[in-house]
Design a protein around this ligand. Structure first.
Ligand code: NAI
Length: 337
């Protein structure tokens, strides 16, 4: 039976790389029925809303979405797309895998998955200015909210992910030496959860500043990393950089009420419409979606076809050092399936 998935092609290079992905999945025989919906500027153009109700309703029904990059419209009154999606579907786990594909890079042997808490911390939006004398903005306060429940579910997600994907170690990253309450609660809760997996998955703790250095010096020592919202935002981009940048970086946002898979990069306005965008990140995001629905073997087959095409280096897009168009790269991957 085919699985229904909401497809949001997105803006800029989005439609061309989304179409390439649909073509590759079809060639691999994936039984997916796409429900095409719009968001971002395409949503504004059609419905005057960057996250139209029809799109939200579709995801509520399918509980699964593959999303191309979206241009965030600047201006009054527009809803933030990511906030709306995160809130509506309680997408608490942001999963960002990164592994070495491109030959000749600085690191050959990386295979790291960063799991970022997506709903709490400094990103809850509790901020205000404080007036001192006649200066209404003399000081500013941003409040980081960490809960035991939120910490427990994200650390447990990381351990369950490690078990399911046959990984060995979870590294919890924190700053509890300074932020003794909020980060302390995250660390204490993480230690408690880790006990449930003792003997099965190794557990270690790292302070975020030391972690940043260690990721550059010895990234091969890390396996699954779990951390709070802001640290996860920063470290996940750092890890993408270790394996060659955002062009091949997928991400998943997993929640109680749905799961949304996407490329980490943006709409690439500088190359939009030129037919040269690299579809790799959306293809890898679609592979995460296949893993999520239990079609792991097919996901692995597609990953292998993509990796082989990149390693051969004959038919790859410009950002990967070649001169192929999106379509030629896509066809080369399909030929390898
Ligand atoms: P960007 O990721 O779109 O582009 C940065 C650079 O990477 C550009 O030189 C671009 O050509 C290149 N690039 C990105 N993806 C590529 C691909 N698949 N193939 C080849 N080259 C690629 O970031 P930028 O320019 O900061 O943002 C542009 C727009 O995208 C903004 O409107 C921003 O709000 C939006 N954006 C959306 C995201 C999302 O929906 N998840 C994430 C990041 C940005």
């Amino acid at each position: 039976m085919s699985t229904q998935v909401t497809l949001i092609p997105g803006d800029g290079i989005g439609p061309s790389i989304a179409n390439a992905t649909v073509k590759i999945l079809a060639a691999a025989g994936a039984e997916i029925e796409w429900d095409r919906q719009v968001a971002g500027m395409a949503g504004v153009a059609r419905f005057g809303d960057p996250i139209p109700d029809a799109t939200l309703d579709s995801i509520k029904r399918t509980k699964l979405a593959l999303k191309g990059p979206l241009e965030t419209p600047v201006g009054e009154g527009y809803r933030s797309i990511n906030v709306a999606l995160r809130k509506t579907f309680d997408l608490y786990a942001n999963v960002r895998p990164a592994y070495s594909i491109i030959p000749g890079g600085r690191y050959h042997d990386l295979d790291i998955v960063l799991i970022r808490e997506n709903t709490e911390g400094l990103y809850v939006g509790v901020e205000h200015y404080i007036r001192v004398g006649d200066d209404p903005r003399a000081a500013a306060e941003s409040i980081a909210i960490i809960t035991r429940g939120g910490s427990e579910r994200i650390v447990r997600y990381a351990f369950d992910y490690a078990v399911k994907h046959h990984r060995k170690k979870v590294t919890l990253v924190h700053k509890a030496n300074i932020l003794k309450f909020s980060q302390g609660l995250f660390l204490d809760t993480g230690r408690m959860v880790a006990r449930d997996y003792a003997g099965q998955i190794e557990f270690e703790e790292r302070i975020v500043d030391a972690m940043a250095m260690n990721l550059v010096l010895h990234p091969e020592r890390f396996d699954v990393i779990v951390t709070t919202n802001l640290f996860g935002d920063i470290l996940s981009d750092q890890i993408s950089g270790l394996v060659g940048g955002l062009g091949l970086a997928p991400g998943a946002n997993i929640g109680i009420n749905g799961a949304i898979f996407e490329a980490v990069h943006g709409t690439a306005p500088d190359i939009a419409g030129k037919g040269v965008a690299n579809p790799g990140a959306v293809v890898l995001a679609a592979c995460m979606l296949l893993d999520h629905i239990g079609d792991e073997a097919r996901a692995q087959r597609i990953r292998t076809a993509l990796e082989t095409t990149i390693r051969e280096g004959k038919t790859v897009t410009r950002d990967l050092g070649g001169s192929a168009s999106t379509d030629q790269f896509t066809d080369a991957i399909i030929a390898k399936l």
